[in-house]
Design a binder for this molecule. Structure first.
Ligand SMILES: [Zn+2]
Length: 484
């Protein structure tokens, strides 16, 4: 009997190994493409990018205190730098500083393409200025790199779109399909510019086949053993919710502390919360990401695991969890961001408060996150409530078989040699989220390679990235004529 069982198990193992090896060997590298010769970037483009950086359009925390001088200056700059855009496209001001430029197409049966971006930037902390290689708002061009706040996020996008449009107008190009250029002025704070733009577009019954925004880029170092450039195209955004956790308990003099204080209770709760992992799952975009890159993996074990997710899902999840980005791709994240309590060193406070921010994975809801927190803490003395103005459920995902995604793939092949286009779930939030109301084709991508310094020190744009971006947008506008 035992012998029979042993034979059966051995057979099963052999069959399993056979399937695993068969799948691994069958997984071929993603097809390779040769990019088109790049068109020259107009000389003026570099000057314009530098000028755009020099106008410090810093996003105000409080939108009623917008720095009108710089935002007005930016408008004058746009009018001077892009005369043909202003002559041939219809400009509409939204909330005074956000823009919609309409480039009317000749065929009204085609739904518009929306190319979007934002020209506000995050501030540079005074204490960080000395750490920069160049002045943050100097727009310096040095070693074939344009330096400064906004050079990547997101003036690279706005300026590339405008340069490509101006250059095409110069050549007498008229699109068949209407192209809308939509630029928000407060993406880095409240994002109300984008919300109002979408309200305006809805009021005109405009729907779009493609909405292209910032978010994804080309990675050469995210998956170490894949030596080909990976074009990460955002197809969905995680949800966002902020909670307040608070504890109230009689305080008193610090010389006679009670066994547990409000601070003790709250910190214990946070400790429990941080030590309970949220459920992990490999969503469709993540699976597709792994499937497409697995064939080019140079490590046999990784290739074997990624080609056989049905068997090695647990191992792949484990590998993903080694980096914060990889881990955030497979689960809802929950992290304390503000901790407040106490006013004097010798007084035990009666109140302790923490703010906890969560980014919700596709397929889960705010309600589930709240239940998870309540269960993890398991202490009724900790009161939990939702706070904040930006809370949203996870977005729907753009289908990888949609015309919008196919369009991105084609443009990537034409711009980047040997690239593997993959879908991914965006971990942060962008303006494009609100555009899902008017389009099923929202994608987040810029052909920048491992961009550096955005929201941090030494934000910079290599000129060859700028040239690639310009070419990428030119291709999209030219090919917008195709029926999708
Ligand atoms: Zn941005």
């Amino acid at each position: 009997m035992l012998k029979k069982l042993f034979v059966a198990i051995s057979l099963l193992v052999i069959i399993l190994m056979g399937i695993v090896f068969f799948n691994t060997l069958r997984t071929k590298p993603w097809p390779s493409h040769k990019a088109l010769e790049m068109e020259a970037l107009p000389d003026s483009a570099i000057v314009h990018m530098s000028q755009a950086i020099q106008i410090a359009t810093i996003s105000p925390e409080d939108t009623s205190h917008i720095d009108t001088v710089h935002f007005d200056q930016f408008r004058t700059f746009l009018e001077k730098a892009y005369p043909l855009v202003h002559q041939h496209l219809t400009r509409t001001l939204i909330k005074n500083y956000s823009y919609v430029f309409e480039w009317k197409g000749t065929d009204s049966s085609l739904l518009p393409f929306i190319l979007m971006g934002h020209y506000d930037v995050v501030p540079v902390e005074a204490s960080a200025v000395k750490l920069w290689t160049a002045k943050p708002f100097g727009g310096e061009v040095k070693d074939s790199i344009i330096w400064g706040r906004g050079s990547v996020d997101d003036k690279s996008n706005v300026i590339s779109i405008l340069e490509a449009t101006e250059a095409l107008l110069q050549k007498g190009f008229t699109p068949k399909r209407t192209i809308l250029l939509c630029f928000g002025h407060n993406e880095e704070s409240t994002g109300t510019g984008a919300i109002e733009i979408v309200k305006y577009l809805k009021s005109k019954n405009i729907k779009a086949d493609l909405v292209l925004d910032e978010g994804g880029e080309i990675s050469t170092d995210k998956i170490k053993d894949v030596k080909r450039p990976i074009a990460m195209i955002g197809v969905a955004e995680k949800g966002y919710v902020t909670f307040e956790l608070s504890v109230e308990k009689t305080g008193g003099h610090s010389s006679i502390p009670a066994k547990e204080t409000a601070i003790d209770i709250l910190t214990k709760a946070l400790y429990k919360l941080r030590n309970k992992p949220t459920p992990s799952s490999l969503q469709t975009p993540v699976r597709e990401f792994l499937a497409r890159s697995s064939g080019s993996s140079e490590t046999f074990v990784n290739k074997l695991a990624m080609s056989n997710l049905w068997l090695f899902q647990f191992a792949v999840k484990k590998i993903l969890s080694y980096t914060p980005e990889g881990d955030a791709m497979q689960r809802t994240t929950i992290v304390p961001t503000i901790l407040e309590s106490g006013v004097r060193e010798n007084v035990i406070p009666t109140n302790a408060r923490a703010v906890v921010n969560s980014r919700i994975i596709t397929g889960e809801t705010t309600k589930q996150v709240q239940d998870f927190i309540v269960n993890a803490i398991d202490d009724e003395r900790v009161k939990i409530k939702i706070i904040g103005d930006f809370n949203t459920e996870p977005s729907a995902a753009t289908d990888i078989n949609s015309p919008a995604f196919k369009m991105m793939e084609e443009a990537v092949y034409k711009t980047v040699d040997d690239a593997i286009p993959v879908p991914f779930i965006m971990l942060g939030a962008t303006d494009s989220r609100v555009y899902r109301e008017i389009s099923n084709g929202v994608v987040n991508f810029a052909p920048l390679v491992d961009s550096k310094g955005y929201h941090g020190i030494d934000e910079r744009l290599p000129i060859k990235d700028f040239q690639r971006f310009f070419n990428f947008i030119t291709i999209i506008i030219k090919e917008s004529d195709k029926k999708l």
